[in-house]
Design a protein around this ligand. Structure first.
Ligand code: ATP
Ligand code: MG
Length: 286
């Protein structure tokens, strides 16, 4: 079996034409092994979602080649893509994208159905998976009745339901409190180590570094060498020290993603220093 779950070569994506042309991704190459967690970080607008969408066969590249589990995506006709996606990929989106008319169990069943598993078998598989995530008493709840953390567990259960070769996660921990953010990180890591999936996460969230086997930095659509990084104490984003807004405090330089975060910090530094200290014990999930 091929060790590489994904191989991408010279991937580019250009949106629009003429004056409004945007080179969202510029000749990016990468390989991801089974069982590996790759974290792709980078500023807003650097092309992370575009790259992930191409890797997940949701967006055709302008040029370049993507091979998933030995299959060249360019050779797949449009009509075969939905089934291919359902079997090979698990997706986790920032806002989970659970179907609101379906229960937790039906949300998982739905992706099993797409990949060809139906009837009682898919019902049982979905129930077992969700029970494994501690959701036995929530199987029949619709998403609006689930807490943020519960929704997230349903989303992860759905992403791994078909035992995909590849899990693609776009900002999976954004807008979540620290505890739930760590929980999703742990579950994604488990999908890689227990299920052997290749996990590709794009995110600003520096907490996800704990589970990453490898981190790549995307900027203006290209991978760059990571310069020295720091964590913005206000929003928690990873920022490059070079060229970032910063200020000096107690003899140390503190870096920020934006002037707005710097000003918020400057108005009441104690608040953010205390918050960081409170979050420290949870910083290394097992
Ligand atoms: N459908 C589209 N049409 C035109 N331009 C687009 C389209 N999708 C993305 N872009 C542009 O491509 C660039 C990369 O966008 P992308 O969404 O991949 O960034 P990102 O790194 O995911 O940003 P964020 O961290 O804010 O989610 C941006 O300049 C964006 O405006
Ligand atoms: Mg994005």
């Amino acid at each position: 079996m091929n060790e590489m779950a994904i191989e991408a070569e010279g991937l580019s994506k250009v949106f629009g034409e003429g004056d409004v042309q945007v080179h969202a991704v510029r000749s990016v190459s990468l390989q991801v092994r089974r069982g590996e967690v790759l974290l792709i970080m980078g500023p807003s607008g650097s092309g992370k979602t575009t790259l992930l969408s191409m890797l997940g066969a949701m967006l055709r590249p302008t040029s370049g080649r993507i091979v998933v589990g030995g299959v060249d995506l360019a050779t797949l006709p449009e009509s075969k893509l939905p089934a291919f996606r359902a079997r090979r990929f698990g997706f986790v989106f920032q806002d989970f994208n659970l179907l609101s008319a379906l229960s937790a169990q039906e949300n998982v069943e739905f992706v099993l159905n797409l990949a060809g598993q139906t009837g009682k078998r898919s019902r049982d598989t979905a129930a077992k998976l969700l029970e494994g995530f501690g959701l036995a008493s929530r199987l029949h709840f619709r998403p609006h009745k689930l807490s943020g953390g519960e929704k997230q567990r349903v989303a992860i259960a759905r992403a791994i339901a078909n035992q995909p070769d590849v899990i693609l996660a776009d900002e999976p921990s954004a807008n979540l409190d620290s505890r739930i953010g760590h929980e999703i990180a742990r579950l994604l890591k488990r999908a890689a180590t227990h299920e052997g999936a290749a996990v590709v996460i794009v995110s600003h969230d520096a907490r996800l570094k704990d589970i990453a086997d490898r981190i790549l930095w995307l900027e203006d659509g290209e991978f760059r060498a990571m310069s020295e990084m720091a964590i913005d104490p206000v929003c928690g984003m990873s920022v490059e020290k070079q060229d970032s807004p910063h200020l000096r405090r107690d003899g140390e330089t503190v870096y920020f993603c934006s002037a707005a975060c710097r000003d918020e910090f400057a108005a009441n530094p104690e608040r953010f220093v205390r918050r960081q200290a409170a979050e420290l014990p949870a910083a290394n999930p097992s």
